[in-house]
Design a protein around this ligand. Structure first.
Ligand code: HEM
Length: 146
């Protein structure tokens, strides 16, 4: 048996479920109230309660916490789930911006490692959001993109 402490998951280093829930709720509070995210808000259902819960569950599993979200949503792929939603460069940027703010406000800020983890999370999520923008080949806009 190794005599070192097991490595913390990002979920644990963040502060676990309470911190993830604060991030998800702050994210949707910003999307709901800040006019700079109006286009992103308009894409969503009127009641954001279910998606607040879903995002917290997904982030929990993604960061290495309990996998309940994946058990409840067996076979669901976050990338495929967004394919038909009409994500654009503008709305992907709004998503990433609101998420970076939510993480900066609610994630760990008291240590360098905590701040670095928050920045890394925001960066990875931004990469995912950008990858959700359909390629011109998928939308049939190839000629327009050339
Ligand atoms: C890393 C990037 C993203 C993550 C982790 C994420 C996460 C989620 C989650 C967990 C759901 C709920 C799925 C469900 O419960 O079935 C969802 C739905 C949705 N997402 Fe995302 N999302 C991301 C990026 C985006 C972007 C870039 C946009 C728009 C530009 C977007 C727009 C939507 C919309 C419109 C819904 C459906 C909401 C509704 O029905 O009210 N998402 N997303």
């Amino acid at each position: 048996m190794p005599d070192t402490e097991p490595t913390q998951t990002p979920y644990e280093a963040l502060g676990g479920r309470p911190v993830i829930e604060r991030i998800a709720n702050r994210f949707y509070d910003l999307v709901e109230t800040d006019p700079q995210y109006a286009e992103l808000r308009a894409m969503h259902a009127g009641d954001l309660t279910p998606i607040r819960r879903s995002l917290a569950g997904w982030l929990t599993a993604w960061a290495g916490g309990p996998h309940d979200w994946f058990v409840e949503n067996r076979g669901k792929c976050m990338m495929s789930a967004h394919r038909g939603l009409g994500v654009s460069a503008q709305t992907a940027r709004q998503w990433s911006d609101a998420m970076a703010r939510a993480i900066a406000e609610c994630g760990p800020t008291n240590t360098d490692a905590g701040r670095a983890l928050g920045l890394m999370m925001a960066e990875r999520l931004d990469m995912m959001a950008n990858a959700m923008i359909p390629h011109p080949e998928e939308t049939g806009d190839l000629a327009a993109a050339e």
